[in-house]
Design a protein around this ligand. Structure first.
Ligand code: GDP
Ligand code: MG
Length: 162
């Protein structure tokens, strides 16, 4: 079976945009309205000659658990079935309480995590990305899922973690 990479993070950080960028095509549903992905959706992807499955997550933020718990619970569900995790944070917004809730879960889960500092559309955003070292998940990889900036380096890190 192919190794599985789960893409997790709170609504609207750009998970589905990143998945589309990894696939090189548009399949994951992207909308300005948060939480459009109804369920975990799995796609086959390839990078540097290696094939893997990439799992998009999202869409539980209306859950009765409340935002922090539901985002973390959904991420946990996907992470349990994954060999590596891409944790996406919006570098323009910075880390929120919901992000911290996911970080706690990721520590417990014990899977390799690649920290994706998304929405770094230009050089100017690199400084914001550096603040995400404070999450304690190692090096933040500055990425623009929208424009493709930095995604290759991030995928190299993902494959190295598999
Ligand atoms: P998800 O809820 O985490 O799956 O987020 P989406 O992929 O649906 O994206 C939410 C919004 O963020 C959309 O309007 C995207 O166009 C926007 N977005 C995603 N990636 C980037 C990025 O790298 N830069 C900028 N500026 N916007 C982005
Ligand atoms: Mg989505």
């Amino acid at each position: 079976p192919l190794p599985v990479v789960a893409v997790v993070g709170r609504p609207n950080v750009g998970k589905s945009t990143l998945v589309n960028r990894i696939l090189g095509r548009r399949e994951a549903v992207v909308e300005d309205r948060p939480g459009v992905t109804r369920d975990r959706v799995s796609y086959e992807a390839e990078w540097a000659g290696r094939r893997f499955k990439v799992v998009d997550t999202g869409g539980w933020e209306q859950d009765v658990l409340g935002i922090h718990a539901s985002v973390a619970a959904q991420a946990e569900f996907a992470v349990e079935a994954a060999d590596a995790v891409v944790f996406v944070v919006d570098a323009q917004t910075g880390a929120t309480d919901t992000d911290e809730a996911v970080v706690k879960m990721l520590r417990r889960a014990g899977r390799p995590v690649v920290l994706c500092a998304n929405k770094v559309d230009g050089q100017a955003g690199e400084a914001e990305a550096a603040y995400l070292w404070s999450l304690g998940l190692g090096e933040p990889h500055p990425v623009s899922a929208l424009h493709g900036r930095g995604t290759g380096d991030m995928l190299d890190a993902v494959l190295a973690a598999l």
